[in-house]
Design a protein around this ligand. Structure first.
Ligand code: XMP
Length: 513
């Protein structure tokens, strides 16, 4: 396996992505954790030093452990990683006037061939993405220059004997269009054959779960979402009926959703499942609540209470399974430090394990969202289920601005079902990252037949996104919008006006609350 030492770049995750795409198994670890002992234990076949925001010229800035250079494995240093490599091996890095470089640049070869550059330069030069304040002003002994750019005379350097490679630019980003080729050459040189597949991941994960859990019992909270479902099915394959799932229906699910989840897990997979209909409790406590944060906090608190109540009934449970993904894990590393503002209190079962004295089983910790989907396919989960749009923990509560009533929830469910049906019929579901209806806390006047109506207005939302952090509205055709509005108004009693939300994120958020 390959080790990525994270020096805090915003794009470290993308290095892992590129390598996974090449079927190489890798792990990112923050530099603070990578000690000599850690390295000896991890025994990487190759190492990548990521970029990072610090300056190697600053006293106390992050460093890799010295033993990284004596393990005898290939190392690739990127940006900060390149500079730190130079500095540690006897070169010189300076910050100074006019050497900062941000954005597109072109690297040209210096004439000598280098294994990791095989087939890389296409038209005598190659576009790369630079983002650096400091620069290398003297390369370390043993290194030679293989590529230069106007702002970085040492854009690509290498110590060919030791297989140390150092690049000033970021090969992992989209704006270095042929960056994947560099990674490919690097991993081939390091001896990776690219045989890491989802099937092998599944087998490894099952073995790990068995080893971790032994003969103890595991509880898994199902939300109906892809992550917790894949985690549950995987764990069930590993330990069978030592697993019990708990599905809490908070009365804020979409049309038919609660029933689907229960029947799929109970009937298709034979997984022991406690289905708790707690809608009375949740909707009762939410009565009269209009503030979005109060809604979220109320739901989060009740969820923990209820989950705990059911978990207490499962005798001898020692583990709690969670569908934590890689981005959740890594964000806390790369983005730590900055004081950030809470936009929304996210609802998850974060505080649960400590409160309940349970240990965690997180079999998806190393995976990205699309890899979880691939694993789901490997486990035979239905495609319709795997490709589902994300659905927030607080459910329809945050798609119902103002007071939540049963009547409004029912109208919302019906409108949402028609809208999603339209999207599926037009073959747009997979192109859209997330789509839903929000019911607005206003009634407006309309005319239907010869009569006056005074009903709710609703807003359709559909966005494209990669990770939910930023998003753009989906450009439906006017025909689609018109047809959908007509269907909703005709088929859903209680709605007489349909609007389309064309706000991107930022400045909007995807959900309405
Ligand atoms: P926003 O509205 O913040 O949403 O732009 C970004 C993505 O996160 C989902 N979301 C949540 N997911 N618990 C979740 O599990 C939550 O509390 C929550 N709030 C928002 C939202 O559906 C979108 O996909």
């Amino acid at each position: 396996r390959l080790l990525i030492i994270d020096f805090g770049s915003q794009v470290t995750q993308l290095i892992a992505r590129r390598l996974r795409e090449l079927n190489v198994y890798c792990e990112i670890h923050p530099y603070q954790n990578v000690t000599d002992a850690f390295l000896a234990d991890f025994a990487p076949k190759a190492i990548i030093f990521s970029g990072g925001p610090d300056s190697v010229t600053r006293e106390g800035s992050p460093r890799p452990p010295k033993s990284a250079f004596t393990l005898g494995v290939p190392i690739l240093g990127i940006c900060y990683g390149q500079q730190v490599m130079m500095q540690e091996l006897g070169g010189l890095v300076e910050s100074g006037h006019g050497t900062a470089e941000f954005g597109r640049a072109f690297v040209t070869p210096t004439g000598t061939n280098l294994a990791i550059l095989d087939g890389w330069f296409t038209e005598g030069r190659e576009q790369v993405w630079m983002s650096h304040g400091d620069h290398v002003s003297r390369i370390a002994p043993g290194f030679e220059v293989f590529g230069t750019s106007p702002g970085a005379p040492f854009a690509i350097t290498a110590d060919v004997k030791r297989n140390f490679f150092a690049v000033q630019f970021h090969p992992e980003v989209h704006h270095t269009p042929r960056g994947a080729k560099l990674y490919e050459n690097f991993i081939r040189l390091a001896g990776f054959t690219g045989d890491w597949t989802m099937a092998s991941y599944k087998d490894d994960a099952i073995a790990k779960i068995r080893e971790q859990v032994g003969d103890k019992r595991v509880i898994c909270g199902l939300s109906g979402g892809v992550d917790s479902s894949v985690a549950a099915v995987l764990i069930h394959e590993a330990i069978g009926d030592q697993l019990t799932c708990v599905f809490v229906d908070h009365g804020l699910m979409r049309q038919g959703e609660a029933g689907e989840v229960v029947s799929m897990f109970r009937d298709n997979y034979n997984i022991p499942l406690i289905a708790a209909d707690e809608s009375e409790l949740f909707l009762g406590e939410l009565e009269g609540v209009t503030d979005p944060e109060v809604k979220r906090k109320t739901i989060g608190r009740l969820f923990i209470d209820v989950f705990q109540k059911y978990a207490d009934e499962i005798e001898g449970a020692e583990f709690l399974a969670q569908g934590t993904l890689y981005p959740d894990v890594i964000e806390s590393v790369s983005f730590s430090g900055g004081p950030s503002v809470t936009i929304k209190s996210h609802h998850n079962v974060g505080g649960l394990p400590e409160k309940m004295g349970l240990k965690l089983v997180e079999p998806l910790r190393e995976l990205f969202k699309d890899e979880v989907r691939a694993l789901g396919r490997e486990l035979g989960l239905p495609e319709k289920f795997i490709g589902r749009h994300p659905f927030p923990g607080p459910g329809l509560a945050i798609r119902c601005p103002g007071e939540i009533t049963r009547e409004k929830l029912e109208i919302l469910r019906q409108a949402d079902a028609v809208y999603i049906d339209q999207i599926r019929k037009h073959g747009l579901y997979d192109e859209i990252w997330q789509a839903f209806v929000a019911i607005l806390p206003v009634r407006t006047v309309g005319v239907m037949g010869d009569g006056r109506t005074y009903d709710y207005a609703c807003a359709l939302r559909a966005v494209t996104s990669v990770d939910g952090m930023t998003a753009d509205y989906y450009p439906f055709t006017h025909e689609f919008l018109g047809e959908t509005a007509t269907r909703i108004i005709n088929e859903v009693k209680g709605i007489n006006r349909v609007t389309y939300d064309i706000t991107s994120k930022p400045p909007g958020t995807i959900e309405w609350e």
